[in-house]
Design a protein around this ligand. Structure first.
Ligand code: UD1
Length: 338
């Protein structure tokens, strides 16, 4: 079975391509390389021994999409491509809405014109906003997002749901990711944020390689046991395997489905620092500063539905996540750049 993966050279995309190839799927990658590079393709091939077909193209480019669908005739699409920097989305809302929303509308239109009506969409736990109770189930209400990036995820969930509702031939699975960290255990692929790192693990590994002097802990006055924010960190390889499980569901003509992809366990910033220190044998200097605007105290998943309906559950714990993030950063101190 042939799968088109948009954004397939990105962090989650590349790990998913590995798991798809390992599971026997034929993979076609479409990526504009806006936030990734060609070296990822060599690394993926080194891991799996299989070559993915690659097209450098933009999801907003209808003609390119038409050519690719014509030539490749994929049966399903896993749609990762999109802009994803929370802070940047606040200063460039037009770019985020245009890229993420227009791009997805174009992709979906080309898909249906070619009779391809199976899509897995890369959504986020950000659609729950500041949840009233944790762990959150898929039935929890969606709440206001705190930035345009989050709104693009929330709106695209609605758009794809409406499209499926109007045409039941569509199979749409919305996958709500919690906080992916870690890297492939080989250390060949991993997260490589361009510019200034903003998320917790990339900041931590940059401190560990000496590229940053200390880690900023963004607030220790939250209503949590140690005062720092609690999140559901998930190993990116487990997350990638969640997509393989979801593809099987799509081939059963599932209609519209929504799944949380998380471990169900929340860890605080201080717990992550300690786990990273243990995994790396390093001391991580940190400074507690003020809360980051838009941050919430705690969010973690109830992953029961994915376990019951997809037969998927996470295998890696926080120590393996830290071990593999560190292994990747240590082997590639400047990411994919030499
Ligand atoms: C953010 C986005 C989410 C996105 C995810 C992955 C929001 C509100 N959040 O999640 O949509 O899917 O990134 O890209 O839109 N922290 C520090 N120091 C740092 C960085 C982070 O203490 O230098 C803390 C944060 O306050 C938070 C935790 O670490 O408590 C995790 O932060 P982060 O990795 O940025 O992820 P989220 O904010 O949960």
């Amino acid at each position: 079975m042939k799968i088109l993966v948009t954004g397939g050279t990105g962090y989650i995309g590349s790990h998913t391509v590995v798991e798809l190839q390992n599971a026997g799927y034929e993979v076609v990658i479409l990526d504009n390389l806006n936030n990734s590079c060609l070296k990822v393709l060599e690394r993926v091939q080194e891991i799996t021994g299989k070559k993915a077909t690659f097209y450098q193209a933009d999801i907003r480019d209808r003609e390119a999409l038409n050519r690719i669908f014509e030539a490749e005739r994929p049966e399903a699409c896993i749609h990762f491509a999109g802009l994803k920097a929370v802070g940047e989305s606040v200063s460039k809302p037009w770019e985020y809405y245009e890229n993420n929303i227009s791009g997805t509308l174009t992709l979906v239109d080309v898909m249906r014109q070619h009779g391809v009506k199976n899509i897995l969409f890369s959504s986020s736990a950000t659609v729950y906003g500041d949840p009233t109770t944790v762990p959150v189930t898929e039935e929890a209400e969606k709440r206001p997002c705190t930035n345009p990036y989050g709104w693009t995820k929330s709106m695209l969930e609605q758009i794809l749901s409406d499209i499926q509702n109007a045409d039941p031939e569509w199979n749409v699975i919305l996958l709500r990711y919690f906080n992916p960290i870690g890297a492939h255990p080989s250390g060949l692929i991993g997260e490589d944020p361009s510019g200034v790192a903003r998320n917790l693990m990339p900041c931590l590994t940059r401190v560990a390689v000496g590229a940053l002097e200390y880690l900023t802990v963004c607030g220790n006055d939250y209503p949590t046991p140690d005062g720092t924010g609690i999140r559901d960190y998930i190993h990116v390889v487990d997350l990638a395997k969640g997509h393989v499980a979801a593809l099987k569901k799509v081939s059963e003509n599932c209609g519209l489905k929504i799944y949380n992809l998380g471990t169900g366990i929340g860890y605080s910033v201080m717990e992550v620092i300690r786990a990273f220190e243990e995994a790396s044998g390093l001391k991580i200097p940190y400074v507690v500063k003020e809360r980051r605007p838009g941050d919430i105290a705690a969010n973690f998943a109830d992953p029961t539905k994915a376990r019951e309906e997809l037969g998927w559950k996470t295998e890696f714990g926080l120590s393996e996540m830290c071990r593999d993030s560190w292994n990747w950063q240590k082997k590639n101190p400047k990411g994919y750049r030499e």
